[in-house]
Write a protein that binds this ligand. Structure first.
Ligand SMILES: [Zn+2]
Length: 423
């Protein structure tokens, strides 16, 4: 682990923010030059300490909560008001980029610093949070920090182990946290007026439309199924009209799933396939495949699942096959509130983009957990080629400048609206 060479001076420009990204990138557990920073590691402690210093420079009072989230607070017009929560995460995947999560934390700090410097007093407090574990890299379970914050911690997680066999409970102790007190991290919704997060897009949609920023409409929730198609295994000499080939049926179904999902602008992925008996000279008697289905809104996703089921029945009837399915996972989409979408849009328009693009997130975010206690909004930032979770992750300085400006304007627009409501 590299010690920080310096604490960069307070500065809210895009160039300074990008310098901070470079500095945070030096906190890695790897010695091959790539970035990996997981929950409850020494590197996690170090970046929390650094973020705390930057938060303090921006005028925030700081603390690390009972789940390892780094937090800060700036009071509003009177002490103790509900807060607007701003943040993102500082943990990474293995061989990560420098901006996924990090950019959102630093943008939040920069916005607070600008507001503090402007002398403007807001009708709500602002809290900034650097989430401990969005990626789930270490324990295979994502959103641990934000789930603790939202009060949706599952005690079964204590026995999760990392690849060295260290339990989550032990990792808490090693980090100096008391597992018995994880409930202290939970915050009631009444503490907040809402949550805003800026994040790189992790997709090419903004770039394709030549947009720097976008309004997130929702964070897709996935439904996953295991589908089994059953025919009859037989010798490869069997004539076609007598075959009941489960794999040919599955192939037809998989191509149809892609067509159906594309037409509905949903994302469907078949990523697992198992053929039985799996021999070169035997007609496949049974095929099992997975389906991951995600969309902007649950109702549309569920409607498409209905269409897929009808298609499966048709394909199987024509080929004299049978099909069954089991749902293995289901998560609801987290919908960004009307109010938060509106202020994010206002923020983007203030940067000169008159017609902000709206898009949904195909990837999960901490905002999904926070949505259980308060309304959420997200601002997406273009990343080169849509590449993320990769050392090649890139953003431009101009886009970062637009991010800070838009994010600041969004916060002030909320303040304006709250002030207008009071008058
Ligand atoms: Zn992220």
């Amino acid at each position: 682990m590299t010690e920080p060479s310096r604490i960069l001076p307070a500065d809210t420009t895009a160039a300074a923010l990008l310098e901070r990204c470079e500095l945070l990138a030096t906190f890695s557990s790897r010695d091959d030059g790539l970035i990996e920073r997981v929950n409850l590691s020494p590197e996690h402690a170090a970046v929390n300490a650094l973020a705390a210093e930057w938060m303090q420079q921006a005028g925030l009072t700081t603390w690390q909560d009972a789940a390892g989230n780094q937090c800060g607070r700036l009071e509003g017009a009177t002490p103790g008001l509900p807060a607007l929560l701003l943040g993102s995460h500082l943990d990474t995947v293995p061989a990560a980029g420098k901006y996924d999560g990090i950019l959102g934390v630093l943008a939040a700090i920069a916005v607070v610093e600008r507001i503090r410097d402007s002398g403007r007093v807001l009708p709500f407090a602002i809290e900034v949070v650097a989430w401990a574990d969005e990626e789930g890299t270490r324990f295979g379970r994502a959103l641990l920090g934000s789930r603790a914050f939202a009060g949706t911690w599952d005690p079964a997680w204590w026995e999760l182990q990392d690849e060295d066999g260290v339990s989550l409970r032990q990792a808490f102790l090693d980090f100096g946290l008391d597992p018995e007190r994880v409930g202290d991290a939970a915050r009631p919704g009444s503490d907040f007026v809402g949550y805003l997060e800026a994040h790189i897009e992790q997709g090419p949609y903004l770039e394709d439309e030549d947009k720097a920023l976008g309004i997130v409409s929702s964070i897709a929730g996935a439904r996953r199924f295991l589908i089994t198609i059953t025919g009859k295994a037989g010798h490869s000499g069997t004539p076609y009209e007598r075959r009941r080939d489960a794999l040919a049926g599955a192939a037809e179904a998989i191509v149809a799933i892609e067509r159906i999902a594309r037409a509905a602008q949903l994302i469907a992925t078949v990523g697992h396939l198992e053929v039985r008996p799996d021999a070169v000279n035997v007609i496949p008697g049974e095929v099992e495949f997975s389906l991951d289905l995600r969309g902007e809104y649950d109702s549309e996703r569920d409607r498409v699942w209905g269409v897929v089921q009808e298609m499966l029945t048709d394909v199987c009837r024509q080929r004299r096959l049978k099909w069954t399915s089991v749902q293995t996972h289901s998560a609801p989409a987290a919908v960004c509130s009307e109010r938060m979408r509106k202020v994010i849009g206002e923020g983007i328009r203030s940067t000169g983009d008159r017609r902000p693009m709206s898009l949904f997130s195909k990837a999960g975010h901490d905002a999904m957990a926070v949505a259980e206690i308060t309304e959420i909004g997200m601002l997406f930032v273009r990343c080169e080629g849509g590449v993320s979770h990769n050392p090649e992750e890139r953003v431009t300085e101009a886009d970062v400048a637009a991010t800070i400006d838009a994010f600041e304007r969004a916060v002030l627009a909320l303040a304006d609206a709250a002030g207008a409501a009071e008058r």
